[in-house]
Design a binder for this molecule. Structure first.
Ligand code: CDP
Length: 516
């Protein structure tokens, strides 16, 4: 493909109409550096799988600069930018003039106002209207380009969070992918504004990434963050701190404790240059909770997703099923609490991997992997799973397995009761008809008989009802879970969606897996 630089919308649109391909869009203000290069390379890697075009825009958006800010001196060098962008894999560059983006001037177009709760935190507190300008221009740009996907850097984290929220609230069906901050060998984050720094300022500015890195190391060892200590380290070289905070990465509100994912973010002035940087803090590896009703396809995708991430796969349903099998095997009535408690006192439940890599479940040293899938176990499991003692016992065991994170767990109450602080919560559903169809295929594969798909559907609905109406830890969508209805979706498509959700909750800087 011939690499093109377009200035007018007309030229760009004419060219796009001839390509007939989806667009991956990387908006920039120019002054391209290795951070941009990385975004373009990532887009190219993804593109290898599909026929897509990588379009990089270069537009210095006046709306996002304050009165006394650096709009006039912002780096402008299209030919240098073009070399970097094309070498990294861009197919085209769009470098429109102001009138192409705002014909008739900005006052003849809608402007976006970012909610104050997001705008006035971190950078927006000092830069009045900055993110309104960012949000407004992004809407103008995507309106002209109509991309399938937007690629943004994690360096401007607040901007990323605001654009995600903007697309979500306006129901803009464009996927947003983000990639990590790129740094030079000394750990200094690449930024277009680094061009303003003199050699001696560059040396001074190094105390910003150094202090953040030292704070992260201390956090990993001691689980503490001492903002005063970090501030004095930053100030050692005459940097002036605009803000230094630990916030929730999504609400951007200051955190009162260090549970879950935290963002340690700072903005400083080095001479007249404003620099921002951050690091993420996390006490354990990520936990992904996948809940949903019977037969929604949780097991297949949870297993595959855990494998993709290199995480532990925890099938909590198998634990309830194993206990149910034991109760049936010991001829105890599923409603006889006293007998159940007695039988479970010295319970030994283990997951083991077979030589072929299949996960096996053993109860009191008996391999019950296949036995727990019998229709008899299925028909009694919800009754057993209602019992308080059973739930307490298994919940505790599940929490121990997930103590260090690095786990994908499936069940009914993972995001609500077992791991309410899970980093990613999914509620996987499908219509009862679809679920009955899938269950029938599964039963056939395992060699079990069933009367009819209609009866399977009834059984599934009955089990959903029992699971949703029980007193303790009922099946329900956690308030912060993302729902995926899998009707008509292939396993690959569900996995792709899970990956997308995971990546939007866990920054690449925190968890980078080659297959994601
Ligand atoms: O595979 P299927 O969708 O039939 O369900 P499962 O995950 O094997 O779970 C079987 C049963 O265990 C559910 O219907 C629930 O009654 C119970 N269960 C639970 O109560 N809590 C969990 N976290 C997981 C399963």
């Amino acid at each position: 493909m011939v690499q093109k630089i377009f200035q007018t919308n007309a030229e760009l649109k004419d060219w796009l109409s001839k390509q007939n391909s989806a667009i991956i869009f990387i908006p920039t203000m120019g002054g391209l550096h290795p951070g941009h290069q990385y975004l373009i390379q990532k887009a190219k890697e993804k593109k290898a799988k599909k026929n897509q075009i990588i379009l990089v825009s270069i537009f210095i958006n006046p709306l996002q600069f304050g009165k006394d800010e650096d709009y006039k001196k912002y780096p402008r060098n299209i030919s240098k930018d073009a070399v970097l962008a094309f070498n990294a894999g861009a197919d085209a560059i769009w470098a429109p003039d102001y009138v192409e983006v705002f014909p008739g001037g900005e006052n003849s177009h809608f402007k976006i106002q970012v909610p104050q709760t997001l705008h006035n935190r971190l950078c927006g507190a000092e830069r009045e209207g900055h993110f309104d300008g960012v949000a407004t221009v992004i809407i103008r740009l995507i309106r002209i380009i109509r991309p399938e996907k937007l690629i943004l850097g994690e360096k401007d984290w607040q901007q990323l969070i605001i654009i995600r929220k903007l697309f979500q609230e306006l129901c803009i069906p464009i996927k947003i992918e983000s990639y990590s901050t790129q740094r030079d060998q000394s750990g200094f984050a690449h930024s277009s504004r680094n061009a303003y720094l003199s050699d001696s300022e560059k040396v001074n500015a190094q105390s910003l990434p150094n202090a953040l890195r030292a704070a992260k190391t201390e956090f990993e060892k001691e689980k503490i963050i001492n903002l005063n200590k970090i501030a004095s380290k930053i100030k050692e070289n005459n940097l002036k701190i605009e803000y230094l905070k630990v916030v929730d990465p999504f609400s951007l509100k200051e955190k009162e404790n260090l549970n879950g994912l935290c963002l340690l973010a700072a903005a400083v002035k080095c001479g007249s240059t404003r620099l921002i940087d951050h690091t993420f803090l996390m006490q354990r590896k990520p936990i992904i909770a996948i809940d949903g009703p019977a037969g929604a396809g949780k097991s297949t995708v949870t297993k595959a997703f855990a494998k993709k991430l290199g995480f532990i796969y925890l099938d909590t349903g198998a634990m309830y099923r194993a206990v149910t099998w034991l109760i049936i095997n010991n001829s105890i009535s599923p409603s006889d609490q006293a007998q159940i408690n007695n039988n479970l006192r010295d319970l030994k439940l283990e997951f083991k991997n077979s030589s072929s890599g299949e996960q096996k479940i053993l109860i009191n040293n008996i391999d019950v992997t296949e036995k727990i899938r019998s229709p008899e176990v299925t028909s009694l499991v919800s009754e057993v799973a209602k019992q308080q003692y059973v739930r307490e016992l298994l919940t505790k065991q599940q929490q121990v397995i997930g103590e260090d994170g690095g786990l994908v767990a499936e069940g009914r109450d993972i995001g609500t009761a077992v791991f309410p602080d899970a980093d990613v919560k999914i509620f996987l559903t499908a219509t009862p008809k679809e679920r009955a169809k899938r269950r029938s295929i599964d039963l056939e594969k395992r060699g079990y008989e069933y009367s009819s798909i209609e009866n399977l559907e009834k059984e599934i609905e009955e089990r959903d009802k029992q699971d949703s109406e029980r007193k303790i830890a009922p099946l329900k969508k956690a308030h912060d879970a993302v729902e995926i209805c899998t009707d008509g979706m292939s396993i690959e498509e569900v996995l792709e969606e899970l990956t997308y959700i995971f990546r939007s909750k866990i920054p690449e800087e925190v968890w980078a897996t080659p297959n994601l």
